[in-house]
Design a binder for this molecule. Structure first.
Ligand code: GUN
Length: 259
């Protein structure tokens, strides 16, 4: 687990990932670099982990500080150790029809799809609307839903009349990072809502002065949707579960075992 800098959210996520790894008995190696670490220093750490036979999976927590080229860093991780499934080869295989199976799927998207699957929703032929087009969530979750034969629409900051687009969705995945952006009135009754957002909202009544809310107005949406994920406690734990799943699969792959 590689963490660069001291962002509080990233440090929290890394701590939770390491705790989960320890709980299931995975060995984890901690690499913490200062916020002003150079790209060369980071790449040298990745090379060291690439070469370490006792390490099966490497995770570089994102976002990286602005002076570091994210794609150069992700590209330096050996694909056989790509714990997040973010490498161009794994993403390419995810998007190809009839390509090789990716060695790992991006954790949050895989967690979203697992949640949808467990609602019992038959995804094939359904209208899915993904709000957000990030490399970490929006793009890969859209690819996964398309691979499951959903008709997928991706909304983003330039989308005109988003409520009209969301209104036809049987499945909504919200991943834009804007507090309570998606309103209950936008949703088709009975739809399934997966809320990937984790945003701070002022809450003077709380000791911390804020609370965490998703990208969806939960209170309202819960009255319209047939299923909805809470924030926190919905998608977040699934991201971590999928990271453990990827790590075990990469270790199996290193031993020549099937996934
Ligand atoms: N930052 C936000 N989500 C993720 C994730 O799933 N993996 C990594 N490495 N960084 C993230």
């Amino acid at each position: 687990v590689v963490l660069v800098g001291a962002r509080l959210d990233s440090a929290t996520y890394v701590r939770m990932k390491k705790r989960a790894a320890a709980e299931v008995g995975l060995h984890s190696v901690d690499v913490a670099l200062a916020a002003d670490a150079t790209q060369r220093e980071l790449l040298a750490e990745i090379e060291r982990l690439n070469a370490d036979a006792s390490v099966h999976a490497i995770l570089v927590q994102l976002p990286l500080p602005k002076h570091i080229d994210e794609s150069a860093v992700l590209g330096a991780i050996r694909v056989e150790k790509d714990a997040d499934g973010f490498s161009a080869l794994n993403i390419g295989n995810l998007c190809l029809r009839g390509g090789d199976a990716p060695l790992a799927l991006p954790c949050t998207p895989a967690g979203c799809v697992e949640l949808i699957r467990r609602t019992g929703t038959a995804v094939a032929g359904k209208d899915a609307v993904v709000i957000g087009r990030s490399n970490i969530v929006g793009m890969p979750v859209a690819a996964l839903l398309q691979a499951m034969d959903a008709t997928v629409t991706v909304c983003h900051s330039r989308t005109v009349d988003m409520p009209r687009v969301v209104a036809r969705a049987d499945i909504v995945v919200a991943a834009i990072g804007r507090a309570e952006f998606v309103k209950a009135e936008w949703l088709k009754p009975g739809c399934v809502v997966i809320d990937v957002g984790i945003n701070r909202k002022d809450a003077p009544e709380r000791k911390a002065g804020y609370k965490l809310v998703g990208d969806v107005d939960y209170e309202g949406a819960a009255r319209v949707a047939s299923a909805i994920t809470p924030v926190p406690g919905g998608v977040g734990p699934m991201t971590i579960a999928m990271l453990l799943f990827n790590t075990v699969n990469l270790a199996r792959h290193a031993r020549g075992l099937p996934p």
